[in-house]
Design a protein around this ligand. Structure first.
Ligand SMILES: [Zn+2]
Length: 429
C-alpha cells in the first residue's frame, strides 16, 4: 500500500532537515521525501499547515503489566501513546512481578508485539524485586532485549551493589536509568518541601534528597565509565550537577517530564492528590532551571513518566494516595504550550528531545524520518487549541493535574510501520 503525505512541514532532527514537502510511504517504509509522485498512492493525507515528524519516543512509561491491569495494560497504554503522537515507548520494570527475569521481560515484549499499537521496548530491573539487594542477571536480560537497567520508583542505596551494577553496565555498554531519591533522607511527604507543603501540613520531600543521588550516580558513572541516564530531573541544583558533569566529560544524559517544566508545587493547592508525583512538582525557580536545562541541552530528552492509577487509589487521603500522573496524551500539548510557543525552546530542539535524542540514549531503532527507514511518523498540529478532558483519554486511567487546562498543539495522526494507529479526524481514531 502506498501512502502520500503532502505539503507538510517535514522535520528530521537527525539531519536538521526542515522543509515544506511530501513524504511517500510504501508498505512499512519511507520511500521518498521530496517531490514524490503520488498518482498511484491509495491514501493521500493533506498535511498543509501541519508538522510531519518522526514518531515520538517516550523512554519512561509505566504500563502496569503484569500485575496492575486495573490501572493500565500494555494494550491501553500503547493506545494512549499512539493518541499522544508516540510510536515507541520504554516500559519501566516496577510491575508485579517486577521485570527482573528473562521470563517476565519476554512476556512484556511479546505482549507488546501482539497487542501494542506502538513499538514496546522494555527496561529491566537492576536488582531482584526492585529491592536493592541482589543484582539481576543483567547479561541474560540484555541479550533478551532490555534496553536499560533501572529500579525506577526506587533508588539502589547500597554503594557496593550499585558499584557492581555500574561495572556490569559498562561491560555490556547499556545505560543505567536512575530514579534519584535518597531513601534515608526522604522518608515521608507527598509534595515538595516548602511553602505549600507547610500550608498543607505535609512533611514535604526535600530537593536535596534528589540531588544527593544525582551527585552520587554521576560519581559512579565517572568512576566506572558506565553510561548514566538521570530520570525526571526536577530541581535547579540537579540540572547544575548534570551540566557540570557533562562539561568534564562524564557519560551522562538526562530527561525532564512535561509536568516538571509546566507547573509548580503550588498546583498541590488546586489539584490535591492529582498533583502528587515523584519527584514532586517543585518551585518556580526549579521549573525555570529545568526549562533552561532543556534549551541549553543539559537535559537531552522529554519523557512523560506516564504513571496511571485508578481514581479510587487517588481518592485516598494524601499520605496513602500513590505518586504519579498520566502523561502520554498531554506531552505534545504541554511541550508546545509551555516551551515552543513562548519561544523558550526551538521547534527543532523540541522535536529532537521527543524523538532522536531519547532513541539514541536507549539505542532504539526509532526517532528518524528518513528514506529507507520504518514509516513511524507523527503529524502534529502546532496551533490546534484544545482543552484537556481526562474522560476522553485512551489510557485506562484519568489521574492528571491538567484537567480543564487549555493547550495549543496536539498530535493529530500517528503511524507505526506505515499503519495509522491514531487519527484525530477519523471516528475510529
Ligand atoms: Zn521514577
Amino acid at each position: 500500500m502506498k501512502t502520500f503525505i503532502k505539503n507538510g512541514t517535514v522535520i528530521n532532527p537527525d539531519t536538521a532537515f526542515i522543509q515544506t514537502t511530501n513524504v511517500l510511504i510504501e508498505d512499512e517504509k519511507i520511500m521518498r521525501i521530496g517531490d514524490a509522485q503520488h498518482e498511484e498512492a491509495e491514501r493521500v493525507i493533506d498535511a498543509t499547515g501541519l508538522l510531519v515528524v518522526p514518531g515520538l519516543v517516550d523512554i519512561h512509561v509505566h504500563f502496569r503489566e503484569p500485575g496492575f491491569p486495573q490501572k493500565e495494560t500494555i494494550q491501553t497504554g500503547s493506545l494512549a501513546a499512539a493518541a499522544g503522537g508516540f510510536s515507541a515507548v520504554v516500559c519501566m520494570p516496577n510491575t508485579k512481578p517486577a521485570i527482573d527475569t528473562v521470563e517476565t521481560l519476554t512476556y512484556v515484549l511479546q505482549t507488546g508485539k501482539r497487542h501494542g499499537a506502538v513499538k514496546v521496548f522494555s527496561s529491566a530491573a537492576m536488582t531482584y524485586g526492585i529491592e536493592g539487594q541482589i543484582l539481576t542477571d543483567m547479561e541474560s536480560l540484555r541479550k533478551a532485549g532490555a534496553v536499560t537497567f533501572t529500579d525506577d520508583g526506587r533508588t539502589v542505596m547500597d554503594p557496593g551493589i550499585l558499584y557492581d551494577c555500574f561495572c556490569k553496565a559498562a561491560e555490556l555498554d547499556v545505560p543505567i536509568s536512575s530514579h534519584c531519591e535518597d531513601h534515608r533522607f526522604v522518608t515521608s511527604g507527598s509534595f515538595n518541601r516548602g511553602k505549600f507543603s507547610s500550608l498543607l501540613g505535609d512533611p514535604g520531600i526535600p530537593a536535596l534528597g534528589e540531588e544527593l543521588i544525582i551527585a552520587r550516580d554521576i560519581l559512579f558513572a565517572e568512576e566506572t565509565g558506565a553510561r548514566l541516564h538521570i530520570q525526571h530531573v526536577s530541581t535547579a541544583r540537579g540540572v547544575q550537577l548534570i551540566r557540570e558533569a557533562k562539561a568534564r566529560g562524564v557519560r551522562v544524559t538526562a530527561e525532564a517530564a512535561p509536568h516538571h517544566f509546566s507547573i509548580t508545587d503550588e498546583q498541590a493547592l488546586l489539584s490535591g492528590t492529582m498533583a502528587k508525583v515523584n519527584p514532586p512538582l517543585r518551585t518556580e525557580q526549579d521549573v525555570e532551571a529545568v526549562v533552561q536545562g532543556l534549551s541549553e541541552g543539559t537535559l537531552d530528552a522529554i519523557a512523560t513518566d506516564h504513571a496511571p492509577h485508578t481514581i479510587a487509589e487517588k481518592s485516598h487521603p494524601l499520605e496513602r494516595a500513590p505518586f504519579g500522573l498520566v502523561g502520554l496524551e498531554t506531552a505534545v500539548g504541554l511541550t508546545f504550550t509551555k516551551l515552543v510557543h513562548p519561544g523558550k525552546l526551538q521547534l527543532m530542539d523540541a522535536i529532537s528531545k521527543l524523538t532522536i535524542n531519547p532513541a539514541n540514549i536507549m539505542g532504539l531503532p526509532a526517532g528518524r524520518l528518513e528514506e529507507g527507514h520504518a514509516a513511524d511518523i507523527a503529524i502534529i498540529d502546532p496551533n490546534k487549541e484544545w482543552i484537556v478532558e481526562p474522560d476522553t483519554f485512551h489510557s485506562k486511567s484519568r489521574n492528571t493535574p491538567f484537567s480543564g487546562m487549555k493547550l495549543k498543539g496536539k498530535a493529530v495522526l500517528t503511524m507505526v510501520n506505515g499503519n495509522i494507529v491514531y487519527d484525530e479526524n477519523s471516528p475510529s481514531g
